[in-house]
Design a protein around this ligand. Structure first.
Ligand code: SAH
Length: 263
């Protein structure tokens, strides 16, 4: 019998990993990161009524790709300022609500990230996160310090990484695009190759609800390089989104009908 292996989540609970993947939830922070993929997969935006409360800016695009049910969700534009609702809070609420409503077999948190050249990152690379941690939650009290960092291992996907020749690295998350010296110290302690503003929050929710998670991040800027982060981010954003929309369909085709334990 195939794929009935038991796996343990971050809390040590056992769950059956035997079921074939038929529904995938893709969580993006920015509309511009998601739209090339929405177009590539020909997904359509939800008609009313939305699965989300009416007042929210959250958006969902759905469809099928080679028989696989695919949902893309984004937290949408801030109600007051009209910019993308980046950062950990919107994406964790969105991930929670989407899991509860859509029951995905697998979540993919896709987006952009800063990369560390010293760890082998280059602009346009798409990395799979092997570990999630936070770098802006400093709580210098025994055990709470570790809770603040909140390290979680990613769902192992060795066959997928090998088949698609993807780069792997640890991800560190914080709510700022820039990096203070204290952040830098913790990012180094987290052994991170890439740095973003959402990954560890999605991992927290996915782990709470025992849903497998893959995080795929395209590098828009080199953190330990000589260019200002904002300029570099804006200059490479569309290249990164294109890299994601090229890679993610291949990932969907690979995971389709497989069990998590075979990825
Ligand atoms: N200046 C941007 C703001 C987006 S914030 C704009 O004008 O649209 C950056 C987004 O990209 C976040 O969702 C974050 O996860 C990701 N990101 C890219 N590079 C990053 C970096 N160096 N540090 C942290 N997050 C980064």
């Amino acid at each position: 019998m195939e794929g009935t292996q038991e796996v343990k989540d971050g809390a040590g609970r056992e769950s059956s990993a035997g079921d074939a993947i038929s529904t995938v939830l893709l969580v993006f922070a920015m509309q511009a990161e998601a739209m090339p993929l929405v177009q590539t997969l020909n997904l359509t935006e939800d008609d009313e009524p939305s699965i989300f409360p009416k007042a929210l800016p959250w958006k969902k695009y759905s469809g099928t790709h080679e028989g696989l049910t695919v949902h893309v969700v984004v937290p949408g534009k801030d109600l007051k300022l009209g910019v993308d609702s980046v950062g950990t809070v919107p994406v964790s609420m969105l991930t929670y609500a989407s899991i509860v409503s859509l029951h995905p077999d697998l979540i993919i948190n896709a987006g952009t990230a800063g990369g560390f050249r010293a760890k082998g990152a280059a602009i346009g690379d798409v990395f799979v996160a092997t570990q999630f941690a936070n770098h802006d939650r400093r709580i210098p009290v025994p055990v709470f310090d570790e809770y603040g960092i909140g390290t979680l291992a990613a769902t192992p996907i060795p066959n997928l990484v090998k088949a698609l020749e993807l780069k792997e690295g640890k991800l560190s998350t914080g709510n700022s695009l820039d990096m203070t010296p204290q952040d830098e110290e913790i990012i180094k302690a987290n052994d991170a190759t890439i740095k973003d503003m959402e990954g560890a929050a999605v991992a927290y929710v996915a782990n709470l609800l025992a849903v497998p998670l893959i995080a795929m991040k395209a590098v828009t800027d080199i953190v330990d390089g000589d260019k200002p982060t904002v300029e570099e981010f804006l200059g490479n954003m569309s290249r990164a989104a294109a890299a994601l929309s090229a890679t993610i369909p291949r990932v969907l085709e690979y995971v389709n009908a497989k069990s998590i334990s075979n990825l």
